[in-house]
Each structure stands twice: as C-alpha cells, then as structure tokens.
Design a protein around this ligand. Structure first.
Ligand code: NAP
Length: 524
C-alpha cells in the first residue's frame, strides 16, 4: 500500500486521518490511486473552529467583498484546470468532455455567483420585501430582512460531481458569509480534496472558511447545532438517515436534500419531424453524458404509440455509434461508471427493469476500447422499451427504480393526458423535458408538470441550437425537485442565498428601520 494518503483540512490545519483508510481506484484499469481517512479527527474542534473563526471572519465582509473572494477562487482553480482533468480521468474514468461538465461547470457557476455577489455591494444583510405599516399612520412598521446564518454549512456530496458538487453549494454559502465543511463521496474524493487544497494553500479565504473531510461520515452529524445547515446530495436511503438523525430532529437543523429522480422526456403527440429529431438527440445525449451518472439524466422517454417504432430505431442507431472504454483513447465517447460496485448495481437494476420491458439495445454487448471487460467499470448504453400503451401501463418498475448508468426506457403512450399522468408517477423529479413545435401545446404541458419538477426544459425547433440541455444544471435556474427528488432547492441565481440566511421581521419606527444599515435588494 504505497499510495498517498490525502490530508483533511480542519480547524485551519492539514491533518492525516488514522489507519490505512479507503483506497480510491481507477475505474478503467483498477489501479490504486490515493487513500483517504477521516478516522481520529477532532470533529468537535473542526466544527467549532469553522463556526467561530471562519464564520465571524466571513461575516465581517460585505457581499461585494465576499464576491471578490469567489473571483479569486475561480482564478486559482482555472490555473490548475489541467491537473483537475487528469484527476477526473484517473478517478472518475470520464472523457475530457464529461470531465468538463463537472470542472468547467464548477468554474462557470463560481463566476456567476461572483458577478451576482458584486451587485449586492457593501451590504451585510438583505432586504426581503418592502416595509409594511403596522399602525395607521405608518409610524410603526415591519421590515423583513435576511441575515447570514451563524453556523456551519455541512455538505455531504455524491460521487458523480466532485468539482461542481462542491462549488455549486460553496459559492452561495461563502457569498452568504457561511463557512463550509465538505465531505465528498469517498469514491471520487480526490478532486474535491485537491481543489480545496489549492484554494486553502493560496491563502484566499479566512482560516476556517473552507474545510474538507475525506473518508467516513461517522460522527459528522453528531456535531450539528441549531444554526448549522446541511446540504446533502446522494441516494434516497442516505437522505432518510440524515433527515431522521437525532441532532437534525432535535435542533431543527435546516437540511437540503437532492436525491435520486426518474426524470422524463416527453415527445408530445403530433410533433413535427424536427421536434422528434431533437427528442432523439437529447435522449441519446442524456443517456451517455457521464455514462448516465447524472441525477438529472433522462430515465423515462415518453412517445406517442404511433411514433414508437421510428423513435426506437433512431435511438438504437444513434446510441449504437457510442464508442465505450478507456477515456485516454481519443476515439472513446463514453468512459466508465465510477467503480465496479456501481457497474454491478447498474446490471442488477437493468435486470429488474428488464422484467417489465423489452431490451432494445444491450449495453453489455458493446465492445470496449482499450479496456479489459473483466476489470473496467465500462458499459454501453442500454435501451429498454414498452411498445404498446398497455405494456407501458403494466410497467410499474420504470417509475420507481433509478438505474444510475447509461440506461433509459422508451414508453409508448396513448395521448398527452396519458403522458402527463405517467410523468407524475415518478412522484417528483428534478427535470422534465418537452418536445413539440407548437408553443401553446408546450406551454400548457409545462405548467401542468411544474408542480412535480424543479425544472421543466422545453425544446422546440426555435431553440434547437440555443437550449442549455435537459440535464445541464444552470446556476440561473432552480436545481432540486419535490417528493422523491428530495424536496430540495439549490441555485436559481440569488435565490440560493436564502438557504444560508435566516429571515426575520424587524418591527420598529421608520427611523430605526432606516438605521439598519445598507440592505441589499434581493433582486432575483
Ligand atoms: P450515497 O451512497 O447516498 O452517498 C452520498 C454521500 O453520503 C456520500 O458522501 C456518502 O459517503 C455519504 N454517506 C453515506 N452514508 C452516510 C450516512 N449514514 N451518513 C452521512 N453520510 C453518508 O449516494 P451515491 O451513491 O454517492 O450517489 C448516487 C445517488 O445520488 C444517485 O441516486 C443519484 O440520483 C443521486 N444524486 C442526486 C443529485 C441531485 O442533485 N439531486 C446529484 C447527484 C447524485 P461515502 O461515499 O463515504 O459512503
């Protein structure tokens, strides 16, 4: 065991965890890369230091000054981009394009929050609506304000976005003046740890503003206090453990959950050929980007029954062109799943889904480029299908079982009402996309589905070359979803700051309200 043990950064110090730790591996070659361990860390001190040192130093700055810190972080990270791509190739098995979704997505999101934060200027609190009179002549009023939470933001992240998953949360937290402790998923913790190390070592942030704990999550939630917040991204099972943790329950700790989701794409009946082609392109893209390991990826593709055959053929033809294997080979378009365990999990999930649908394209049959099938966590795209509305109705599994890999099910539907009802059977998703040429049909369906999604992405021929992609999470738009998707909300421009602030009403005379100091207008 000669691999490097990555250090944790807690209480302003770099600290090695005890013991051998967990080894992170290359999902294509199986090679051991680095180790992580959080054993033996003084977590109470880590949280207290972040809360007291990091929090008070950040809160002493204005939004505008903290936006400058985000800009400086972006510069440091940009300078190390190549190193991050190398880590992603080795540890996540992703192609350059797929690593970019994570790494450049993180840089873009940071840049946006730096820009938006600059506009908030000198203020240290936010105005939340206008003052409202509580007495007849307006001599006594109520003004709602939002002030930064005086706790720690604990991030427990998923394996699929080690870069973006950190910065899409840290940018609004740091801009709000709240210190961050991030616990990345063990499988891909290296990239998160390296980014934190680069930022900490550049001396941009006050001590305690950014900490990283790699390895086991044991004991983290026991440290929570009432004004801390937890932002979790991962499976519904772990989400349930977090939600019901005694500290969370007894201290009313604010928790944001981004969990799994059975996102749908809907080709509405009567769509023109161009809309149908856009649907095929987007479904194929979503199935293969990051090997389908995106929480927003399309899992259910709904088409009118009369278009099933044509769409199935087009999808199989498109997906069949995907070269799979070692991302170091330039001909490869789709790399690996995160590890062999996920690979086995995806195969098991596909077997279950396959009991309710036909296999239209078998990813196991895809030849691998420069990769040993007995070692590599590589799998070709797999398309399942229900070719009649009756078969679709009988398929219950497709609405419940998320297979976190390059897989989707094509579902034949009777009409729009049938499609909308089926989408709702996902019980709340992160994203849904709609395809048609008619604005009225699209607008009606979009609003109909808005209550059970965080985001509805509408594609018509007019935006064919402009739209941002079904699965791409843009910092300008809300990310999260109700119900099964976790009930969380992230991003959405400056709306994200709300999670890291507390809202309070100040009731006073107008001259007292005027003396609250500069309050930034939270223009959304
Ligand atoms: P996971 O097993 O739930 O792990 C997520 C994180 O929770 C990891 O950091 C994990 O640490 C940690 N964890 C595990 N057990 C814990 C516990 N008892 N207490 C506290 N933390 C604990 O999920 P995953 O397999 O990494 O991620 C895949 C899932 O995430 C998919 O279902 C996907 O849909 C979902 N996801 C959702 C979004 C979204 O934005 N909604 C984004 C990405 C992924 P270890 O790694 O050390 O076990």
């Amino acid at each position: 065991m000669n691999t490097e043990l990555l250090l944790n950064h807690v209480a302003g110090q770099w600290v090695a965890g005890q013991g051998a730790g967990s080894t992170l591996a290359d999902p294509v070659t199986g090679a051991a890369l680095v180790r992580v361990s959080s054993a033996g860390l003084d977590l109470a001190q880590a949280f207290q230091f972040a809360r007291e040192q990091g929090g008070s130093a950040l809160r002493a700055l204005s939004y505008g000054q903290r936006a400058e810190l985000l800009k400086a972080i972006g510069e440091v990270l940009k300078a190390q981009r190549e190193a991050y791509y190398a880590i992603a190739t080795a540890n996540s098995g992703t192609t350059t394009a797929d690593s970019g979704v994570d790494i450049d997505g993180a840089l873009y999101t940071l840049g946006q929050y730096a820009r938006w934060g600059t506009a908030l200027g000198d203020a240290r609190a936010l105005r939340d609506g206008a003052a409202v009179a509580l007495a007849k002549d307006g001599a006594f009023q109520t003004q709602h304000v939002q002030v930064p939470s005086r706790g720690v933001a604990l991030f427990i992240n998923a394996f699929n976005f080690p870069a973006w998953g950190l910065w899409e949360k840290a940018a609004p937290a740091l801009l709000s003046g709240v210190p961050v402790i991030v616990k990345p998923a063990t499988a891909t913790a290296w990239l998160t740890q390296r980014m934190v190390a680069d930022v900490v070592n550049a001396g941009i942030l006050p001590a305690g503003a950014l900490s990283v704990i790699c390895g086991s999550s044991a004991g983290l939630l026991d440290q929570l206090q009432p004004f801390d917040v937890v932002s979790f991204t991962g499976s519904a099972e772990t989400a349930a453990v977090i939600r019901s943790h005694p500290r969370v329950v007894s201290q009313s700790v604010r928790v944001n959950i981004e969990a799994d989701s059975l996102n749908a794409a809907v080709l509405l009946p009567g769509a023109d050929a161009e809309s149908e082609a856009l649907f095929v392109k987007e479904v194929a893209r979503e199935m293969t980007v990051k090997s389908g390991q995106k929480c927003t990826a399309i899992r259910r593709a709904l088409v009118p029954a009369e278009r099933f055959e044509a769409v199935a053929q087009a999808l199989v033809a498109q997906l069949g062109k995907t070269t799979v294997g070692n991302p170091r080979n330039e001909s490869v378009r789709m790399g690996a799943l995160v590890n062999r365990e996920q690979f086995e999990g995806v195969l098991a999930g596909l077997e279950q889904l396959g009991r309710h649908a036909e296999l239209l394209l078998d990813g196991r049959a895809a030849p691998l480029v420069d990769a040993d099938p007995s070692v590599a966590a590589c799998l070709g795209p797999t398309l399942l299908g229900n070719r009649t509305p009756e078969a679709t109705d009988a398929n219950t599994a497709v609405h419940h079982l998320e297979v976190f890999g390059p897989a989707a099910t094509l579902l034949a539907c009777r009409d729009t009402a049938h499609q909308l009802a089926l989408v709702r059977r996902g019980e709340g998703s992160l994203a849904c996309s709609l395809y048609h040429h008619d604005a009225a049909a699209l607008g009606a369906a979009a609003l109909e589905l808005a209550d059970c999604h965080g985001r509805v992405h509408v594609i018509s021929p007019a935006v064919a070359k402009l739209h941002s992609g079904h699965g791409n999470v843009m910092p300008q738009s809300l990310h999260g979803g109700p119900g099964r998707a976790g009930g969380g909300e992230e991003l959405g421009g400056l709306r994200a700051l709300g999670f890291y602030h507390r809202r309070a009403a100040v009731q006073a005379a107008p001259d007292v309200l005027a003396a609250l100091g500069p309050l930034a207008e939270l223009s959304l």
